[in-house]
Design a protein around this ligand. Structure first.
Ligand code: COA
Length: 332
């Protein structure tokens, strides 16, 4: 069974790729919604702004009708040789596992990482799944535990949101915007993003106004909407929270960054901006039923804020990292 690089996937290959994702999801749903074919197509046809991607796949033998049975996507953020890890995602149909396909796709991705001048790679996987022994047998180590939490919006009493909003910390006012940050707040938002540095081990390039706009473009290019609520003290963004709402304003939204500048912590700004976000989404996007979030297992403050809002633990994910030099070479 050969591993092929997909430079420019055809419609048929996109459909087969999606069917691999759907089969893997059906075997290990972990509370996630089933993958959406249009989203798969968008992801395969265009890398996100500010990054490139490489794709590989393995086709099954005659028994599988020659269709793709295993796929690998490697995301390469920044320029070639950038001091940022690549991000690998390998998926093998359950009935084709333990035959070396995952390992061969990893070897192909390792060659891609070397060709791009990368020294490390990360992968995010579900705790307790075969991905854990797979990665550990290939030189990866666990560097981060992420707690996937879910808030069902119809279970959040409106009074809770109203009470949290009424408990406004003195000296701050709320602002909000949809999409790219307005020019007047761009530098302040970039500074506030630095406040997250303690929790974002892998952020390679510094946050500036250009990078915050680039992130909003990435979301828009996928067809999704980025909502931001910030607490201002003078012209400074003391804290903010971001949620990405899927195209069509329906289903499950994703919590992106939330941060409070160190000198403004301890005043319940984090829960205040999040409560304002809940009210805004309730007014503008009633089709959004739930919000998911991943928190670092050692980020006790954010976990406490999310629990108070009503988020419940849904799954545990692990972030694994390997030095590219430790990865298998193609053909081994
Ligand atoms: C993780 C995954 C990609 C592995 O694919 P695979 O084709 O089964 O992997 P391989 O056959 O190359 O396995 C190589 C080695 O990994 C280890 N391994 C893989 N699956 C394992 C399992 N279920 N239990 C124990 N060890 C396992 C073994 O050491 C195996 O060698 P062996 O079969 O000779 O013992 C596959 O299980 C999968 O698609 N999981 C769901 C998606 C996912 O979580 N992807 C990981 C993101 S990178």
């Amino acid at each position: 069974m050969d591993v092929i690089a997909l430079e420019d996937p055809t419609d048929a290959q996109i459909r087969e790729w999606h069917s691999v994702l759907a089969a893997v999801h059906a075997a290990e749903p972990a509370g996630d919604p089933a993958p959406d074919p249009e989203r798969t197509a968008r992801l395969l046809l265009g890398a996100e702004a500010g990054s490139r991607q490489r794709l590989w796949a393995a086709a099954g033998g005659p028994g599988a009708g020659g269709a793709l049975v295993a796929v690998a996507a490697l995301r390469l953020p920044g320029e070639p040789g950038a001091d940022r890890p690549g991000e690998i995602d390998i998926q093998v149909r359950p009935e084709h596992r333990r035959r070396g396909l995952g390992g061969r796709l990893l070897a192909a991705a390792a060659a891609g990482l070397r060709a791009d001048g990368r020294s490390s790679v990360i992968a995010q996987v579900l705790a307790g799944t075969p991905a854990v022994p797979f990665l550990e047998s290939h030189g990866f180590e666990c560097v981060l535990t992420l707690r996937g939490m879910l808030l069902r919006l119809d279970e959040v009493p409106a009074e809770r949101v109203a009470r949290l909003l009424a408990e406004a910390p003195a000296g701050y006012r709320l602002v909000r915007w949809k999409g790219a940050v307005p020019d007047e707040h761009a530098d302040a938002l970039a500074r506030a993003k630095h406040a997250m540095a303690d929790f974002a081990e892998y952020e390679g390039s510094p946050w500036d106004a250009h990078r915050v706009r680039e992130m909003a473009e990435i979301v828009a290019k996928r067809g999704d909407d980025l909502y931001t609520v910030a607490a201002l003290s003078g012209g400074v963004i003391a804290g903010f929270t971001e949620v990405v709402v899927p195209a069509g304003c329906a289903g499950r939204a994703a919590q992106y960054d939330t941060a409070v500048l160190p000198e403004h912590r301890g005043r319940r700004l984090g829960i205040w901006v999040k409560a304002a976000m809940l009210r805004w989404l309730g007014e503008e996007c009633p089709g959004v039923r739930e919000i998911e979030t991943d928190n670092s297992g050692d980020n006790a403050h954010m976990l406490a804020v999310n629990e108070e809002l009503g988020f419940r633990l849904e799954r545990e994910s692990l972030e694994y990292q390997a030095a590219v030099s430790a990865l298998p070479a193609t053909g081994s």
